[in-house]
Design a protein around this ligand. Structure first.
Ligand code: ADP
Ligand code: MG
Length: 228
C-alpha cells in the first residue's frame, strides 16, 4: 500500500504586483511531501524559496494552482479556516528567531499554544518544559532571549515551532544567521526531532553543507522546481 502525501501542490503560481510592476515569482510548482520527511529547499537568492514556504505555510495565498494538505483544499479554504489549519498543523522557524524579548524561553515556547487557546494552561507549561528539555535548554527555561546565544535562541525557536505538535515545520534559512557549529547543532536537533517525533521539515537554505544533512533536496530555479 502506498502512503498518501501529507502535502501536495500542483501548478502553483505566484504573481506580485500588476501591470508594469508585475513579477511572476512561482511559475508552476509541483511538489508533494510525505509524513516524516526532511527536505532541503535550495535555490539562489530571489528564486522564490520564501514565497513558496509562505504559501505552503498559509501565510500567503498562491495566485493559481492547487494546494492541498491533510485532505484540506487550502486554495478554496476561507481565511478563518486557513488560520485554524495553520495553528493546528504547521510550525515555523525563521532566519531571525523572532522570540519576544520580554518573555522567558519557556513563555516564548508556550506562546503559539497560549495565543491559539486564549490562555495558558498547566499542560502547555508541561509540554513547553519537555520541549526545552528536548532541545537541550532545560537550564535556560527562565532566561530571556537577550541572555542566550544565537544558537540557543534558534533552538528555543525550534521548540516553539513544535508546541502545537505540527505535522510539518517550515524553516526559512533557520541557520542563515548562525556560525557553523551552532548551525550544525540546530540541524542535529531538527534531525533528531524528525526521527523521534516523525515531524516533517522543509528547510530552505543556500548552504550546501546544510542541504547535505537532509535526505531529500528540492531545487528551485527561476520559479520552477528543477530537481526534487
Ligand atoms: P528567496 O527566498 O529565494 O530569496 P523570495 O521568495 O524572497 O526569494 O523572493 C522571490 C522574488 O519575489 C524576488 O524577486 C522578490 O523581489 C519578489 N518578492 C517577494 N515578495 C514580494 C512582494 N511582497 N512584492 C513584490 N515582490 C516580491
Ligand atoms: Mg528567502
Amino acid at each position: 500500500m502506498s502512503e498518501e502525501p501529507i502535502l501536495s501542490v500542483t501548478e502553483l503560481t505566484k504573481i506580485f504586483g500588476e501591470g508594469v510592476a508585475e513579477t511572476v515569482v512561482l511559475k508552476g510548482v509541483d511538489l508533494s511531501m510525505m509524513s516524516s520527511e526532511m527536505s532541503a529547499l535550495l535555490g539562489p537568492s530571489g528564486s522564490g524559496k520564501s514565497t513558496l514556504l509562505n504559501i505552503l505555510g498559509t501565510l500567503m495565498r498562491a495566485s493559481g494552482g492547487s494546494h492541498e494538505m491533510l485532505g484540506v483544499d487550502l486554495m478554496q479554504a476561507s481565511e478563518a479556516k486557513r488560520t485554524e489549519f495553520r495553528s493546528k498543523h504547521l510550525g515555523f522557524v525563521f532566519q531571525f528567531h523572532h522570540l519576544l524579548p520580554d518573555l522567558t524561553a519557556l513563555e516564548n515556547v508556550m506562546m503559539p499554544a497560549a495565543s491559539a487557546a486564549g490562555r495558558e494552561t498547566r499542560l502547555m507549561r508541561e509540554r513547553a518544559t519537555e520541549l526545552l528539555d528536548a532541545v537541550g535548554l532545560a537550564d535556560r527555561r527562565d532566561f530571556r532571549p537577550v541572555a542566550m546565544s544565537g544558537g540557543q535562541r534558534q533552538r528555543v525557536a525550534v521548540a516553539r515551532a513544535l508546541i502545537n505538535n505540527p505535522v510539518l515545520v517550515l524553516a526559512d534559512e533557520p541557520t542563515g544567521n548562525l556560525d557553523r557549529q551552532s548551525a550544525d547543532q540546530v540541524m542535529d536537533l531538527i534531525r533528531s526531532i524528525n526521527q523521534t517525533m516523525a515531524t516533517s521539515f522543509l528547510i530552505s537554505t543556500h548552504d550546501e553543507h546544510i542541504a547535505a544533512q537532509c535526505p531529500r533536496r528540492i531545487e528551485l530555479l527561476d520559479g520552477r522546481i528543477v530537481r526534487s
